[in-house]
Design a protein. Structure first.
Length: 417
């Protein structure tokens, strides 16, 4: 019996499958490295793809390697309205992004102009990828994240742009070509350059003198750092309009940043918001002209503190009068106005009003006495006591998220006589 001859095996399907797999893997590598379907235009007009570094666009000598953004997210400044997904701001972001080592976060920091200039957290997960298309997508999402973060609500009262700029300078101290972007009015009610308490706008030459008095500040502390300021001088209610002083405040900060060793340029966002972020934290107004209906002065505990459960002042009288002077000095007996003084008390975040308003009324009357002593006629002052904390709508609220120092306050409002 003869052995049956085995038929020749057909290997073509296996070979074809192998070719498809190898070709697919090759295409995957090409896509991953960005070596196909991506020309230099993907990096923009002024950049080219980095031939030695997949996913990167080349940087230029003018690119910044680190960026800090100081945002005026306070009551006296328009809501920040910069767009880091297009135009010049995108190009600035792109420079920082492609100056970052692979797998590292871009060195971008956001600092609030409010209070003690705390950093604003944002999602910094965006990284350079293996091809430029993916990197550009990360860059776009990073821009959107920053657009949102700069509108974050403040966590403290007050405004101190100089403090924010100095904080940025400290963070960027090791950068080779850093940039500080500032967006906001520039009007401070605290810190080294206090426009609300000092007549800096009326006497621009004294700004540097105030800096020299501050132990935290020294000449050339911002050496080698560039500042790009958007919307300086633009304000919103309750701050009275200061449009006539935009040139003055630019000149002041031009001198200040120069004294600190930095270089500054001024820009404006394309669309200025007509309101601030929805903040309950107060910022003292800057008063230049005579008081008029609607003007407000808030005596928080940072201005005038009372003893616990008492209408007796804890803050020295001379100190309180000094802080009230910029406001009271603008009171005109012939302007047809009067002052409404309302005291408030601490209620915490619970839904309760623990007093009948008598302590608050007593504190309002104490402030009335101070105002009379400073020259305001008694018959031009009305006093009230709120049973709770201050609120935007009603006279008071029994539930507030404001800190105790902002709840225990006396509000002075200018009314038509």
């Amino acid at each position: 019996m003869s052995r049956r001859r085995r038929g020749k095996k057909n290997n073509l399907p296996i070979l074809a499958f192998a070719i498809v797999v190898i070709a697919g893997f090759a295409l995957f590598l090409l896509f991953s490295s960005g070596s196909i379907f991506e020309d230099d235009s993907i990096c923009g007009e002024a950049r080219e793809k980095d031939p030695d570094n997949g996913g990167y666009c080349m940087t230029t000598k003018n690119d910044h390697d680190e960026l800090a953004i100081v945002v005026g997210n306070t009551q006296n400044s328009p809501e920040p309205n910069l767009d880091f997904t297009k135009g010049e701001l995108l190009d600035i972001l792109k420079g920082v992004f492609y100056n970052t080592e692979r797998n590292d976060s871009p060195n971008i920091y956001i600092i609030s102009a409010s209070g003690t200039n705390k950093r604003i957290d944002y999602n910094d997960k965006y990284r350079v990828k293996r091809n430029v298309s993916a990197s550009n997508n990360e860059l776009k999402n990073l821009g959107k994240e920053i657009n949102s973060a700069i509108k974050s609500l403040p966590t403290e009262p007050g405004a101190d742009y100089i403090g924010g700029i100095l904080e940025a300078g400290t963070i960027l101290k090791d950068a080779e070509n850093p940039l500080i972007i500032v967006v906001g009015s520039g009007y401070n009610d605290t810190g080294a350059l206090n426009f609300a308490q000092n007549n800096i706008l009326q006497n621009k030459d004294i700004a540097i003198d105030y800096l020299k008095r501050n132990n935290r500040i020294r000449e050339n502390i911002l050496d080698g750092k560039s500042v790009q300021w958007y919307d300086i001088g633009n304000v919103v209610s309750p701050q009275v309009d200061l449009s006539d002083y935009k040139t003055d405040i630019r000149e002041i900060y031009d001198d200040v940043i120069s004294y600190l060793g930095g270089k500054i340029q001024f820009d404006s966002s394309k669309e200025i918001k007509n309101e601030s972020v929805k903040s309950q934290f107060t910022v003292q107004q800057v008063y230049i002209d005579k008081l008029k209906e609607g003007d407000i002065f808030n005596i928080t505990e940072n201005i005038g503190e009372f003893k616990p459960e008492s209408s007796e002042l804890k803050t020295p009288l001379a100190e309180l009068k000094d802080k009230l002077t910029p406001f009271v000095s603008k009171f005109d007996l012939n302007a047809g106005i009067r002052l409404d003084v309302t005291g408030y008390t601490y209620v915490g975040s619970g839904n309760r009003c623990p007093t009948d308003g008598q302590i608050a009324l007593g504190r309002a009357n104490t402030i009335k006495g101070v105002l009379i002593d400073m020259g305001v006629p008694s018959n031009k002052i009305d006093t009230h006591g709120g049973k709770g904390a201050p609120a935007d709508g009603p006279d008071y609220t029994c539930s507030s998220n404001l800190p105790a120092s902002e709840q225990r306050t006396v509000k002075i409002k200018v009314l038509k006589d």
